[in-house]
Design a protein around this ligand. Sequence first.
Ligand SMILES: Nc1nc2c(c(=O)[nH]1)N[C@H]1C(S)=C(S)[C@@H](COP(=O)(O)OP(=O)(O)OC[C@H]3O[C@@H](n4cnc5c(=O)[nH]c(N)nc54)[C@H](O)[C@@H]3O)O[C@H]1N2
Ligand SMILES: Nc1nc2c(c(=O)[nH]1)N[C@H]1C(S)=C(S)[C@@H](COP(=O)(O)OP(=O)(O)OC[C@H]3O[C@@H](n4cnc5c(=O)[nH]c(N)nc54)[C@H](O)[C@@H]3O)O[C@H]1N2
Ligand SMILES: [Mo]
Length: 670
Amino acid sequence: MAVPRTVRTVCPRNCYCTCGMLVSLDEHDTIRSIEGDPGNPATGGHVCLKGLSYARRVTSPDRLLTPLKRSAAGRGFEAATWDEAFADIADRLARVRQAHGPESVLYYEGSGSHGALGGLAMAFWRQFGGCTTTYGDLCWPAGLEATRLTYGDNRHNHPMLTGRSRLILVWGHNPAETNVHQWRLMLDAQARGARLIVIDPRQTDTTDAADGHLQPRPGTDAALALGLARVIVDEGLHDGAFLDAHAHGFEAYRRRLDLFPLDRAAEITGLPAGAIRDLAVAYATTKPALLVAGFGLQRHSRAGQSMRAVALLPALTGNVGVAGGGWQYANLASHCLRPLPLPPEPAAARAIPVSQVAKHLESLDAPPVRAAWIERGNPAAQNPSAPRLRDGLRRLDLVVVVDQFLTPTAELADWVLPAKSLFEEEDLVTAYWHPYLQWRARILPPPGEVRPETEIWRAMCARMGFDTRWFPDDREVFLQTLLPDRRASTLERLKHEPLDLSGNGDIAFADRRFPTPSGRVEFASDEAAARWGVDPVPDYVPLDEGFTSAAREKFPLQLLSCKTRDRIHSQFGNLDWVREVERPHVLDIHPDDARARGIADGGRAAVWNDRGRIEITARVTPGIRPGVVHVLEGWCHDGDPDVNALTAEGITDMNHGATYYECLVEVARA
Ligand SMILES: Nc1nc2c(c(=O)[nH]1)N[C@H]1C(S)=C(S)[C@@H](COP(=O)(O)OP(=O)(O)OC[C@H]3O[C@@H](n4cnc5c(=O)[nH]c(N)nc54)[C@H](O)[C@@H]3O)O[C@H]1N2
Ligand SMILES: Nc1nc2c(c(=O)[nH]1)N[C@H]1C(S)=C(S)[C@@H](COP(=O)(O)OP(=O)(O)OC[C@H]3O[C@@H](n4cnc5c(=O)[nH]c(N)nc54)[C@H](O)[C@@H]3O)O[C@H]1N2
Ligand SMILES: [Mo]
């Protein structure tokens, strides 16, 4: 019998917070409580509802506990042994490789669980002779690249310094739902007198608490940023001393501002000129001012240039390297682990953009994709043009999905393999908001027949006659070798506390050294032009599928599909605890747009474009900008909208991101 105990660990979800957690178990190994670890200074002693609901999730009656094989009749699944699973999968993979070559197998991994060990899958695929993988990211890459091009690196001030801000400008971000710990720090600052201003086309929990809310047209943030900068420079509110010492390309940027007088910025963004002017003056004269940009304003094809335009405002006003000031997008300070040891990369390695899986399942040849292995992801729900992606998977000779639940992706598999939960394997977990690397403890043995992915891959290697030495016999020893200093003492410390191993300090760029080509903040970037074919100075270019495009004749509304508080994408919404409190998945539509279409609050609406159509209950709300509609993303259970039936497989101007929010639709009463 086990003993009652409390173990420190970390939540590995793809979320800003990456909370330290204390999990208490009783003598029967039952989780009795989950609390926030006060030892993590950023997340404090708090977790969110999702963190609390792990107690429910890991023992959910819906959790998969054995391998499942598609039944011979083709409908439904039947339980099978691992031996049967490995034998059949290995045999079918070998046959596909024999007939079409190793690249005919797609290996797809999503963002469902973070940890260093996830990368070990490649120890199998490299020995397989290669495969087709994906490149880019569905989430944040354009903003990362824009920040790197501007400041040289993705780092930002320690979250605790938010308390020193006098003005916090939240741009395309909804921290009240997507980063609840940052939100707590913002509200504390506000209570101490800081002004909180939000730029978002929608009313959200964040805008509800703000002192000011600007609702621009989606995709026009570059024009807004350049318009704000024009006011700041015209009024002489920029920080000349900082710019003289630390800016590169400022004259070219200044000439660009000539094109963005207030009335043009107002016309493009659809905001009152006075509101833009007031914000410019407030932001430039209230010091220190913190600009927190989210991932929401970089989900379109002009994302990189827009983010560069926004990212320059802190430098323009001398808010860089300052406690309480700064540019905050993503903090990669904890991304300090050494690369995994892997077999050499084989010649037959092919990659497709992650936002275009549907298209490539349809059209790739020499060789076409014939089999897919999918883990830690739910592309049948989460990826653009999802219905086409599902059709693509249905046509394959073999689909293997490793997951904890029978997701829309798993439903299409020939084999579903049961996945571990966060409590069932040790790992090292990085973050993207606070600077801490954290230890994920193994708290419980995997239930039923569940095996961690590392063990699945090891067994697959053994079955196919590959070398298994890449997989750790002792995971602790293995993870220690990934630490920057490879010391056992560092690993021991990590078991007790989160560690910032970056050496960056709490104030980003306090030394005003910018690792860009010029060593300065780049207002003009030749690297941006050379690498991505964009104007060296950030510019506003209208979206191909935006409020000025020809398609607007047929599809006049801009559709956004954002995150919600009590789920992570397609996770958690299947749990009874969460379903009791979660937000309804409705179509948010402005009264003017609803009236013109005869849509009543609570009535059914059809939403469609040339890519697809969904039906959904309408919520008529003055909170959303006219011309914009919204549906929550994330498909967790029957009845959730298949919103990615409507989204396009675009690619961002920088770094191969997805363009979910560049999506025109029409709406009618259903
Ligand atoms: N509870 C919860 N937390 C999460 C997640 C989750 O699913 N649930 N997901 C995690 C992940 S993977 C991510 S990527 C982050 C994302 O977290 P956020 O950065 O908050 O991103 P989004 O929800 O995509 O968008 C934020 C806001 O941007 C607005 N927006 C959309 N388009 C534009 C535009 O063109 N201009 C401007 N100014 N605003 C725009 C949207 O209306 C939205 O309210 O959250 C993480 N945290
Ligand atoms: N319309 C629209 N679509 C979007 C977005 C949007 O804003 N609008 N946002 C996009 C963004 S920002 C993101 S990051 C993506 C996220 O896309 P995904 O990463 O595909 O999303 P999740 O729903 O988190 O799916 C992860 C899956 O991993 C499983 N899982 C969890 N833990 C483990 C584990 O330890 N092992 C294994 N094998 N599986 C595990 C979960 O059960 C779940 O089925 O969605 C994108 N999709
Ligand atoms: Mo994301």
